[in-house]
Design a binder for this molecule. Structure first.
Ligand code: ZN
Length: 444
C-alpha cells in the first residue's frame, strides 16, 4: 500500500491510486454520466440516437469514441434554439444555482450552469489543486481574476476552502492591486502570465522590487500558454522571486481543469471529473502519448450540463508517466496553441508559443515579441519582432543572427528578425495579442 501523506495530498487515496484504478473509476462514472445525459437532455438523446449509439455500447473507455463530438458552435446554437441555457442541460432549472458566461469571438455569450452539488464538487477540487501547488491554510491568497460572470472568479473559494485567507481582489487597476498585495502581505496571487509580467514591471517602475518588497511567493497563472513555457515561467519567477504554477481551465467546463503540482512538471488533470482524449485534428484518431493533438474533454460528474466529447480547439500533449509528487493522474505537458492560432507558415505548423520559448531564453532580449506575417511575391514571410534590453551593448547583427538560427532550429521555419528598442512593442495587459497576420491584405 502506498504511503499516504495527508500533508502532501488533499484526497490521498484518490490522488495516488493506480492507473488501473483511475480507469475503473472513470468507466463507472462515465457509464452513469452518459445515462444521465441521455435521460435528462433532449440534445444528447437526439445526438446519440442520430449516431446510432446506445448506452450499452460503452463497455470500455475506448468505446467513448463511438459517441458524437460536441463543439462550441453547437453549444451556442442549442442555447439560441432553446433559451436561456440550451437543451444540453440535463436537470430541471430549479436545480441550477449558478451560471458562468463566456463570450466567444462571435459575441453570443454561452452560459455554463451548475447544480449545488456540481458547484460544491468543483470548489473541492479547486482546493485539491491549490493544495497540490503548495497553498496552505497559513497563506494569504489574492485572487486577481475577473468576477463578472467569469468561471475563474469562484475558484477563489477553493483557496478559502483549504483554509487560506482569501482576498477577493478581482480586476483592480495595477497600482491599486500592488497596494493591496503590499498592505495585506499576500503570499499568493492568481493572474494571467502576461499580467503577472506587466504587474511586476509596473511595480519596478514605481520603485517596488516585487521579489524584495512584496511577500508573494506563489503565482498561479492561467488563460495563456506562458505558464507552461519554462523560459517564460522562469522570467516571471525571477521578476517576482516566486514560484509560478500553471493552471488550465475552460469556461464551458470548470474554472480550472488541471493544475501544476509543486514539481512543476506538467499539470495534473482532475480525472474523477474530466475524461481527456487527445486526437489528431484531421483524422480524429487518438495520437500516441506525448504527441501533439487536439484536446477533447468529457465531464464525468457535472449534472447540470454534461459535456461529452467537447472539441476544445487546444493543441496539447499529455503523459501518464509517474510524477515525482506521487500523484498518478494524467498530466498536461503543454498547451502548444489554439487550433485557431495555429499559423501555417511556408507549409509548416507554427504556434506563437514556439517562438516565445526562444525569445524568452535570451538575456539580451526583454522577452516581448510579435509575429508579423505577410507575403512577398506570393510567398509567406515571417518576421519576429523582439526588443533588446536597455543595457544591451553587444553587436545587434550578432544577436539578430543568433536569434534567426535559434528560431529556425526550434520551429523549422526561416524567419526574419527585427530588433527593436526596449519599450517599442505594445505591452499586453491580460491576454496578449502577439500575431499580426497581414497575409490576407496582400494576397491578390
Ligand atoms: Zn505532480
Amino acid at each position: 500500500m502506498a504511503v499516504q501523506d495527508h500533508d502532501a495530498y488533499w484526497h490521498p487515496g484518490l490522488e495516488t491510486q493506480s492507473r488501473a484504478d483511475w480507469r475503473k473509476l472513470q468507466l463507472d462514472l462515465l457509464k452513469d454520466h452518459l445515462r444521465h445525459a441521455y435521460e435528462g437532455s433532449p440534445y444528447y438523446r437526439a445526438a446519440f440516437d442520430a449516431q446510432g449509439v446506445s448506452l450499452g455500447d460503452l463497455r470500455t473507455l475506448d468505446d467513448l469514441r463511438r459517441f458524437p463530438f460536441l463543439d462550441k458552435a453547437t453549444i451556442r446554437d442549442r442555447q439560441v434554439a432553446v433559451p436561456p441555457f440550451g437543451d444540453l442541460v440535463a436537470v430541471p432549472e430549479r436545480e441550477i444555482v449558478y451560471i458562468s458566461a463566456s463570450s466567444g469571438s462571435t459575441g453570443v455569450p454561452t452560459a455554463s450552469p451548475f447544480t449545488a452539488k456540481d458547484f460544491e464538487e468543483w470548489i473541492d477540487y479547486e482546493a485539491r489543486q491549490f493544495w497540490s501547488s503548495g497553498l496552505r491554510p497559513t497563506d494569504r491568497y489574492a485572487h486577481a481574476l475577473n468576477f463578472s460572470l467569469f468561471v475563474g472568479g469562484p475558484c477563489v473559494l477553493g483557496a478559502q476552502k483549504l483554509g487560506a485567507l482569501s482576498i477577493h481582489a478581482g480586476t483592480l487597476p495595477s497600482e491599486r492591486l500592488l497596494a493591496v498585495l503590499n498592505q495585506f502581505r499576500a503570499t499568493a496571487l492568481w493572474t494571467t502570465p502576461s499580467y503577472a509580467w506587466h504587474l511586476g514591471e509596473t511595480a519596478q517602475r514605481e520603485g517596488i522590487d516585487p521579489a524584495r518588497d512584496l511577500a508573494v511567493r506563489r503565482l498561479f497563472v492561467a488563460g495563456e500558454p506562458g505558464g507552461s513555457i519554462p523560459e517564460t515561467r522562469e522570467r516571471i519567477e525571477a521578476l517576482w522571486g516566486a514560484e509560478v504554477y500553471d493552471y488550465y481551465g475552460l469556461s464551458d467546463i470548470f474554472g480550472s481543469c488541471a493544475g501544476m503540482c509543486v514539481e512543476k512538471d506538467g499539470l495534473h488533470w482532475a480525472e474523477d471529473h474530466i475524461l481527456v482524449e487527445v486526437l489528431d485534428p484531421e483524422t480524429l484518431e487518438p495520437v500516441a502519448e506525448g504527441e501533439r493533438g487536439e484536446l477533447v474533454l468529457t465531464t464525468l460528474r457535472k449534472r447540470a450540463r454534461p459535456i461529452i466529447r467537447f472539441r476544445t480547439g487546444d493543441i496539447v500533449s499529455v503523459t501518464t508517466e509517474p510524477c515525482r509528487c506521487g500523484r498518478t493522474s494524467l498530466r498536461l505537458k503543454g498547451v502548444h496553441g489554439r487550433l485557431d492560432d495555429m499559423l501555417i507558415v511556408k507549409g509548416v505548423n507554427l504556434f506563437p508559443g514556439d517562438v516565445e520559448a526562444v525569445v524568452r531564453q535570451d538575456p539580451a532580449l526583454t522577452g516581448e515579441y510579435r509575429l508579423v506575417l505577410d507575403r512577398v511575391e506570393r510567398l509567406d514571410r515571417l518576421t519576429v519582432e523582439a526588443e533588446h534590453t536597455q543595457g544591451f551593448n553587444g553587436d545587434l547583427e550578432d544577436l539578430r543572427g543568433r536569434l534567426r538560427r535559434q528560431l529556425k532550429a526550434a520551429t523549422g521555419v526561416g524567419a526574419e528578425v527585427a530588433l527593436l528598442a526596449p519599450g517599442t512593442l505594445p505591452r499586453a495587459v491580460h491576454k496578449a495579442k502577439r500575431i499580426d497576420d497581414r497575409r490576407k491584405h496582400v494576397w491578390s
